[in-house]
Design a protein around this ligand. Structure first.
Ligand SMILES: [Zn+2]
Ligand SMILES: [Zn+2]
Length: 188
């Protein structure tokens, strides 16, 4: 947290009115993602995609607690057949931000408890981390996607059931097809 926060950034909030424990501020709005979250071109919430925030900021003695929900649509391609995949993510965010000069700030590291900068709270790291954690390691168009034919690269879904390649001895074609169907189509 060495760079100064931009008060105009869409995920930076001025919490001045929360000084004094017990006060609350509700953020219910849609904002465009300031940058892509995730692995671009693989699976990510694209830059500019809608982040639907429903977050409550609560003033506590040591700082501000941010808690609530964020929804966003991530997109990318199926790891097996490369078809476009979309996934609606809905994640919980809960993060404590310590006041500068508070006991919490003095007794914790910046990577375990977030800090306020003056009265500015940067919600972006918490939102980004929650969304990225909710993304599948291997995005699939459907759980049983058969992938691509290893010989011609055409999706099995678009090929006839008896699709085989001439290079395979016809006596073994049936077995070969079973092998291809059973290996998730990972062979390139
Ligand atoms: Zn697929
Ligand atoms: Zn083929």
């Amino acid at each position: 947290m060495t760079t100064a926060l931009d008060p105009a950034a869409p995920l930076v909030f001025d919490t001045t009115e929360l000084r004094g424990a017990g006060t609350m501020m509700h953020i219910a709005r849609e904002i465009p993602a300031p940058e892509a979250y995730g692995l671009e071109a693989v699976f990510a919430v694209p830059k500019g995609a809608v982040l639907d925030l429903d977050i409550t900021l609560t003033g506590v003695s040591e700082g501000v607690l941010a808690a609530g929900q964020v929804e966003a649509v991530a997109e990318g391609e199926c790891a097996r057949c490369l078809a476009p995949v979309q996934d609606a993510l809905s994640v919980e965010v809960q993060e404590l931000y310590a006041y500068e000069g508070s006991v919490t700030e003095a007794t914790t590291e910046a990577d375990e408890i977030m800090r306020l900068e003056g009265d500015l709270l940067d919600l972006e790291p918490a939102v980004r981390d929650a969304l990225v954690l909710a993304m599948p390691v291997t995005p699939l168009c459907r759980p049983d996607c058969p992938g691509l034919c290893a010989e011609c690269g055409v999706p099995w879904d678009e090929l006839p059931d008896d699709h085989v390649h001439e290079t395979v001895d016809p006596r073994w074609a049936g077995l070969e097809k079973l092998r291809l169907a059973g290996n998730d189509g990972e062979s390139k």
